[in-house]
Design a protein around this ligand. Structure first.
Ligand SMILES: Nc1ncnc2c1ncn2[C@@H]1O[C@H](COP(=O)(O)OP(=O)(O)OP(=O)(O)O)[C@@H](O)[C@H]1O
Ligand SMILES: [K+]
Ligand SMILES: [Mg+2]
Length: 706
């Protein structure tokens, strides 16, 4: 909290005096009403020249300062996001987009400027005119006009405007790295994008309103705390009212001012003033770590997570699975396997599929038949799905793509899926291929079997070895999660042996293999039914249902739009172990709020014993004995307490913004330790603080007299 930030936040703090805003915090609203009452009394006393006018005015000023300090803490917290929002806005420049209109030449014909099987016309439109579903083309040097999914091609993209990370990333069609963000720049190649967000509703727009705190809503915890604080306020209003009849104060003090001052000292103003700042600061800490949360609730829930589910490909591994080898069955010509594997992948737009075509064609790309000549309209494309775990083609009888062989169907896919496919069609899985599948899986690679069907029997021709790399540093970070009491489960569509190998390499506690999207969802439901709070990290469209169902869903920024849409957090760094930070921030938020609530309530109780004896010493002489503080006068006691009450808010703003120090001990231990520190501190602080202020205040002549 430096001076510049504080000064910059001042105008906003004054604007927040609007009663329509203040009503959201019952405690601070009560202080506002009290300030207004005391202002009226002061004016009236000034008019009649009352002796206690000075006292009333000073108390009134400090009451207004109390309200202002509360608003200031919130304004400072919000202000921290403003600078970031401004720099994000700079990335939201208006660009022209090349929008595809209608097909010029029908699919299947040949010609220049082809997109897949057809030729298109383009028009230049302002990026703000784009609608969901529009198709745009971006080339090297272009700013991407809005959020979307790559539907054709591959490009390297500079996402530093969003992530702050300058290294370019690959975005490509088909796989789990297909989403692009408006405002980022294409560095190389050419991609065709289907727009998924209309102008004003893009990722960047949402990010801006998030860091500005414009979309902040109260979390259930905050609402519960507010109800508690409101109840305490009502209790104290009633208690102070009952004092009114006995209010025969020493030197004819103005009763309304004394009662309001007493009330403000007794209600939990400290926590009432700091709750919004604590919440905003928590979101802010998350943004500093490059994580965007769409709700404060998710941040708080993260603090209590006990199970973390992660998908494998693209989350634990880099996700650019590439074909590295072809292994033919005994008696099958290697060249035949390569040609067939390539044929099965010609229409497969996934990175896996394209990597098979690349490996089959070799660097020279010679001898390869033109894909468009093969993919004539009478060829059925069987697209990959996470449920079938296979992809391929159905060819008409006598199709020229397979001269010499009478192939009607060609498939490649997960070993179990293709084995099942072959057996259903009178084929079998040769022993040597089964061995190859086991060997590849054992190293954490993904084996894909290639099979054909000629109308009579299926033949399994061989295996394609897909290799992927585990992201570095996983083992240590998962060990850290274990120390925090969080169980990690990897859940993947891949086979058991591959899953086991990657699970061991990454150091997760458990794994589930051959999981369909429904299975992923079912695992989450089961964990939740067992009473656990579940976080899920994923990147694929097949992860989207699970991400939505999890208590905390964290999507990798590299993932698909569907995953990012379903999740309630997006990690811009695409680092699955970011959950460690997220959990830490959530726990810190809960501990900070708990600690300051304890401090605030303990403070109020202590204040009661510090000032009431001094206040009523004249009325009930017996109480004088309790005036252990030896405060100068009832006026001084009241004033010192009000000043202390206001200054405590200011003193705690830095702690509210920074958060109470969080260490990786169990939550219960951390809580009881903090309750002790903040509870004791809260009881002792007012006695010391009020006494010190009393010494200063009693220097004011009209206040010191008894
Ligand atoms: N393009 C493809 N064609 C045929 N089979 C594929 C293709 N891509 C993947 N497979 C097979 O299907 C399986 C399931 O893929 P899916 O995308 O559902 O899960 P995954 O990416 O392996 O795992 P995760 O859920 O961890 O991301 C893969 O393990 C692989 O064996
Ligand atoms: K108070
Ligand atoms: Mg996946």
């Amino acid at each position: 909290m430096n001076l510049n930030n504080t000064l910059a936040a001042l105008p906003l703090a004054f604007r927040k005096l609007d009663p329509r805003q203040m009503i959201h915090s019952p405690v601070m609203f009560t202080v506002l009403i009290g300030s207004i009452v005391c202002t009226a009394v002061s004016v009236q006393q000034l008019a009649i020249g009352s002796d206690s006018a000075v006292f009333s005015i000073i108390v009134t000023v400090w009451l207004w300062l109390t309200v202002l300090f509360g608003n200031l803490s919130e304004a400072i917290a919000e202000g921290r996001g403003k600078a970031q929002a401004d720099s994000l806005r700079a990335a939201r420049t208006s660009v022209m987009a090349r929008r595809r209109t209608r097909a010029l030449v029908p699919a299947g014909a040949s010609g220049a400027g082809r997109e897949g099987n057809a030729e298109y016309e383009e028009e230049l439109v302002p990026g703000t005119d784009l609608e969901v579903g529009d198709i745009v083309i971006c080339e090297a040097g272009d700013l991407i006009p809005s959020d979307g999914d790559v539907i054709e091609g591959l490009a390297s993209v500079d996402e530093s405007a969003i992530t702050g990370e300058s290294a370019p990333v690959i975005r490509e069609s088909g796989g789990d790295r297909s989403s692009v963000t408006g405002g980022t720049m294409v560095l190389s190649d050419r991609i065709v994008i289907r727009i998924t967000a209309a102008s004003g509703k893009t990722f960047l727009d949402r990010m801006i309103s998030l860091v500005e705190g414009a979309t902040r809503q109260k979390t259930p915890n905050e609402i519960a705390l507010n109800v508690l604080l409101a109840s305490l306020t009502i209790v104290f209003v009633v208690a102070v009212m009952t004092l009114a009849p006995m209010a025969n104060f020493a030197s004819a003090l103005p009763t309304p001012v004394v009662l309001v001052a007493l009330l403000v000292c007794l209600i939990p103003t400290t926590i009432g003033a700091l709750v919004p700042a604590i919440g905003i600061a928590g979101m802010d800490r998350l943004i500093q770590r490059n994580v965007l949360a769409t709700s404060g609730r998710a941040v708080e829930t993260a603090g209590d997570i006990t199970t973390l589910l992660l998908d494998k490909t693209g989350t634990i591994t880099y996700g650019n699975r590439r074909a590295v080898a072809f292994i033919a069955a005994d008696g099958v010509n290697q060249q035949l396997l390569i040609e067939t594997a390539r044929l099965s992948s010609l229409a497969d737009e996934t990175p896996e599929g394209r990597s098979i075509v690349d490996l089959a064609e070799g660097p020279e790309k010679q001898a390869a038949q033109d894909a468009t000549a093969t993919l004539t309209p009478d060829v059925d494309v069987i697209e990959f799905s996470a449920v079938t775990r296979m992809s391929g083609l159905n060819l008409p009888v006598g199709h020229p793509a397979n001269p010499g062989h009478s192939i009607l169907e060609v498939r490649k896919g997960a070993a179990s899926a293709v084995e099942h496919y072959a057996k259903e069609r009178g084929g079998f899985l040769p022993q040597e291929l089964e061995n190859a599948v086991q060997t590849i899986s054992g190293t954490g690679g993904t084996p894909l079997l290639v099979a054909t069907y000629d109308g009579e029997r299926a033949h399994v021709l061989g295996v394609v070895h897909l290799a992927d790399v585990v992201k570095p540093g996983m083992k240590e970070r998962f060990a850290e999660l274990r120390a925090m009491g969080i169980k990690t489960i990897m859940i993947t569509g891949d086979n058991k042996v591959t899953a086991a190998a990657i699970a061991a390499e990454a150091g997760v506690d458990d794994f589930v293999a051959e999981a369909t999207p429904e299975d992923k969802l079912a695992v989450i439901k089961a964990e939740q039914e067992a009473g656990r709070l579940v976080a899920m990290t994923g990147d694929g469209t097949n992860d989207a249902p699970a991400l939505a169902a999890a208590d905390v869903g964290v999507a990798m920024n590299s993932g698909t739009s569907a995953a990012k849409e379903a999740a309630n957090m997006v990690d811009l760094d695409s680092d699955p172990t970011k959950l460690i930070d997220i959990v830490g921030i959530g726990k810190q938020l809960l501990i900070t709020r708990g600690s300051l609530t304890t401090f605030s309530v303990a403070n109020d109780v202590a204040k009661y014993f510090a000032i009431v004896p001094a206040l009523f010493a004249a009325t009930f002489p017996g109480l004088g004995l309790l005036n252990i503080m030896g405060l100068a006068s009832p006026e001084s006691a009241i004033l010192s307490a009000v000043i202390f009450n206001a200054l405590v808010i200011v003193a705690l703003v830095p702690l509210a913004l920074r958060g109470v120090k969080y260490r990786a001990v169990s939550a219960a231990k951390a809580l009881s330790r903090n309750l002790l520190i903040f509870g004791l501190g809260g009881v002792i602080a007012p006695f010391i603080g009020i006494k010190l202020i009393d010494l200063l205040v009693s220097l004011i002549p009209t206040i010191a007299q008894r």
